[in-house]
Design a protein around this ligand. Sequence first.
Ligand code: CUA
Length: 345
Amino acid sequence: LRWLWLFLGSALLLSMGGCSQIEVLNPKGPAARDQFHLFQLTLYLMLAVLAIVIFIYIYFLVKYRWTPERKNVVPRGSAGNKKLEITWTVIPIIILIIIAVPTVQDTYKLSKATAPKQWKDTLMIKVTAHQFWWEFEYPEEGVKTSDVVHIPANRDVVFVITSKDTIHSLWIPQLGGKMDAVPGKTNRLWIKADNTGTYEGKCAELCGAGHAYMLFQVKADSQADFDKWMGQMKQEEVPSTEKEKAGREVFAKTCLSCHAVNDDSFKKMGDSAPNLTGFADHDRIASVLPNTKENLKKWLDDSEKYKPGSKMPPFNMLSKKDKNHLIAYLQSLTRKQDLENGRQK
Ligand code: CUA
C-alpha cells in the first residue's frame, strides 16, 4: 500500500508539472495526444488490476484470519484447478491485447509521419544536441538557432536529430516526444502544435553535469509570424549605437572562435557554441537565466555556476568597459519583431 501512495504521489507531481514549467500530462498536439491516450489506457488498466488484487488480498486476509477455532485446521489445497488456471491465463492475455493493439497502431502512425515520403507539407528541422545546449537548423533557409526553435502552429514538423558528443534525448511532452540524440546516427521525431504558444522542452537522457539545465523552448507561431521571423533571422545583425559597435569588436576578438552571429563580415566563425543570431529575443540566457543585463554579466563572469559542465570559459578578465560594450552588443542581437508569441515583453 505504501507503494500505491508513492505511485499516486508521483503521478500527482507529474500532472502538476513538477519539474520547471514542463507539463507532462497536458498534450497540445496530435502526436502528444496519441501518446497521452496510450498512457491513460495503460494507467487505468493497471490501476484496475491493482485495485482488484488489493481487494482480493484484503478479503482473504480478513476471511481466513487466525481464530482460536481454526487453530489446528490445515487448509485444503486447490492444486490442479483447471477453471482457475484458465481464468488467470486468459484475463492477462485479454489485457495485453487491449494494450498491444493501440500501441502498435500508434507506433506505426508515429513512424509513418516521420518517413521522408510524407514530407510534402512538412517542415524539416535538423537538431544537434551538444553538452549542454540544442542547435536547430533550417537547412532550406540556411538559418541556425540555439535553445529556441520556432515552428509554424498546426503544421507537421519533423526533427531529424543527432548529437555531437554523448547520448541526449529530446523531449517536449506537450508536442510529442521523446527521441534519443545519438552521435553518428539520426533519429526522426514528428511533432505538431495545435495552437500558437511556447512549449518547454528538455534533455531526457543523463548526459553529464549540465543535464538538468539542458532546456529549450519551442515557439509555435502562426504561419505569417513564422515567415516574418524567418525573414528577420536571415537579415544581417547590424549594431546601431557606438557602444554596440564597440561591443561587436569585443565579440569578434573574444567570442567568435566558438560562437557565430549572422554578420557577413565575420568570416571565420565557430560552431562549437550556440549561434547567437537573434539572441536578445530569447527569454533566457543559455536556457537557465532570465535574459537581463545583470544576468548576462553574471553569466559572462561565471557560466559554470549557472550551468555545471558548460564549456564556456569565464570572461571575468574582460575590462568593465569591454564587458559593458559586449553586453550592449549581445542585447542588440534582436529581431525587433512584434510576433504574437516570439518576443518577451
Ligand atoms: Cu543532454 Cu541530458
